[in-house]
Design a protein. Sequence first.
Length: 198
Amino acid sequence: MLSLRLLGPVSLLQDDQLLPLPMHKAQALLLLLALGGPGHRARLASWLWPLADDSASRRNLRRELARLRDAGAGDALRSQGEVLALSPAVQCDALAFAALADGGRAAEALALWRGPLADGLQTGATEAFDDWLAHQRQRLAGRRRQLLAAEAAAAEAAGNLPRALDTVQQLLADDPLQEQLHRRPCACTPPRATAAPH
């Protein structure tokens, strides 16, 4: 079974064994196909190698595909003519996160979170790719914050103050400038015992 991890640093696993992913461009290609869906080779090549002419960018794409195959990741991709797609057999944590969150399974979704989308990925690709990646990162991080806020409120309502406090602290770690979150731990902190009068 192939597992593509996009939450946190990009990695690909075959039966729980880490495959050595070549270069950032191959990682960006997997990211594009996982979150953007099938793509035409010419468009993918132009996004990843914007300064190269069409022939050179397509040659670069073929080279990255060969590197993926050499790394044992060939089964992760499907090719139909000029269209590349992620194999339906690949399990992707970012897609599972979104599906679980949309299905009301917040705890399971949050358990998949290892960090920001494609953390550390630097491609030197186009501004359009960088903008797309920034949007995807913001979208998933925003969804995570929504889930954490709901989890904190549910834990507090259930009287599970340590869980509520832990969840609020996760929110603060993501966005330390949110004043309403700084006030929230006070509500989640158990009251201190007062000394009996003498």
